[in-house]
Design a protein around this ligand. Structure first.
Ligand code: ADP
Length: 412
């Protein structure tokens, strides 16, 4: 097992603008770190650079205490699991798992022991003498993981392993991967563009920025924030992270700070205004124009004890079962809320309703190029404060499609 240290990693393909523009990141020994960002932001490039499948243009890469910039992939002691299963179709499951060790001339007894251990861990015992084509997609993924596990690597690298699976299998495999990490306690770096996967799997998430409409690639290829899922969810450092983490995405509204009854508040459409917590009030000044962020789950329908501070019109109600996605019209803006279905029984599309947004769920961002966070309301009391306290939904999942790092050597 080992941690990793990335110091100012820059990766440039040819003469193009660098894909990675100076990545600094410490990954702890035994940590499950998820690297997330929009498609094309350089996640795979970073993972492949760690594996040694890409050379880095500059910077230093350490696995444990060893600088590995010039170390061959097969000597880096890592195992990589790719999007495709990459199993040998003519070999049994047992041999698929054993093959990489045979190539390394490991004694047969030792290979048998490692394969038996991995197979037991992954629930593959009854399939060991079958061929890959006789297994389901999920089972094949487990075999691919088994090939990585038998190598006993210091670090596992997963590159979008669940992308080819249907939604149900993704959920199941997420749980399995998380469970596997609990057992193995080996450092995992896991790349995905899917923020739900990132939230459910990670001890910590590292968010990488991609190109955007206004600035093209100017702000792409930088690490924006590294933290636990809930740190990123509750205290995003900028609008990019705020909008990327959390589903559905955070609502953003242009707003202005005003003082009413001697207290600072965020003024919105009409006479609507949301009070501020002390932390937010201390960070802003009267008349300041800014961007207000509100998560769809943080909005409630106003009632006697929660007087309306936003007056909206129902546009479209999407029923998902227990909850509904309610799209409101708010002046010229669209505004989304996630509301319990039973609370919407008397509410129809086109109806005007009052919403209540608590000061604690407010997020304030600057209008600057990066949409830098100014302050956060701090969350409602009773909300989990760390990923360890999170509800079971956050505690795990998984899948994987593994292919052992002998594939890495093969590729080289
Ligand atoms: P992600 O995994 O986040 O989707 P990638 O790391 O695959 O993104 O790619 C990031 C960017 O790096 C791409 O948009 C592309 O411009 C560039 N890139 C990736 N691989 C190569 C390559 N082999 N040659 C040239 N450019 C590349």
């Amino acid at each position: 097992m080992a941690g990793l240290t990335l110091k100012n990693i820059i990766k440039r393909y040819g003469n193009a603008e660098p894909t990675l523009k100076g990545i600094n990141l410490d990954i702890r020994d035994g940590e499950f770190l998820v690297l997330v960002g929009p498609s094309g932001c350089g996640k795979s490039t970073l993972l492949r650079s760690i594996a040694g499948l890409e050379s880095i243009t500059s910077g230093d890469l350490y696995i444990g205490d060893r600088r590995v910039n010039d170390v061959h992939p097969k000597d880096r002691d890592i195992a990589m699991v790719f999007q495709s299963y990459a199993l040998y179709p003519h070999m049994t499951i047992r041999r698929n798992m054993a093959f990489g060790l045979e190539v390394r001339k490991m004694p047969k007894d030792e290979i048998d022991r490692l394969v038996a251990e991995a197979s037991q861990m992954l629930g593959l015992d009854e399939y060991l003498d079958k061929l890959p084509k006789m297994l389901s997609g999920g089972q094949r993924q487990r075999v691919a993981m088994g090939r990585a596990i038998v190598r006993r690597p210091k670090v596992f690298l997963f590159d979008e392993p669940l992308s080819n699976l249907d939604a149900a299998l993704r959920t199941q495999m997420r749980v399995e991967i998380r469970r596997l990490h609990k057992k193995l306690k080996t450092t995992i770096i896991y790349v995905t563009h899917d923020q739900v996967e990132a939230m459910t799997l990670a001890d910590r998430i590292a968010v990488l920025s991609g190109r955007d409409k206004e600035n093209g690639t100017k702000n792409a290829g930088y690490l924006q924030q590294v933290g636990t899922p809930l740190e990123l969810f509750q205290r995003p450092v900028n609008k990019f992270v705020a909008g990327f983490i959390g589903s559905p995405s955070m609502n953003f509204l242009d707003a202005k700070i005003e003082v009413r009854n001697g207290k600072k508040c965020v003024a919105l459409e009409g006479w609507d205004a949301i009070d501020l917590t002390q932390e937010c009030a201390d960070a802003v000044k009267d008349g300041q124009e800014l961007c207000l962020g509100i998560r769809p789950q943080d909005v409630i329908l106003a009632d006697a004890s929660h007087p309306a501070n936003m007056h909206v019109k129902v546009d479209v109600i999407e029923t998902l079962g227990w909850e509904c996605h309610v799209h409101f019209k708010y002046g010229e803006h669209q505004f989304l809320a996630v509301i319990e279905a039973q609370k919407l029984a008397d509410i129809k599309e086109e109806q005007e309703v009052g919403l209540y947004v608590a000061p604690e769920v407010v997020h304030l961002f600057n209008h600057d190029e990066h949409g830098t966070a100014i302050a956060h309301g701090g969350g409602l009391k009773g909300e989990p404060k760390s990923s360890n306290d999170a509800d079971p939904h956050f505690t795990a999942l998984n899948e994987v499609i593994a292919s052992a790092s002998d594939e890495i050597s093969d590729a080289n």
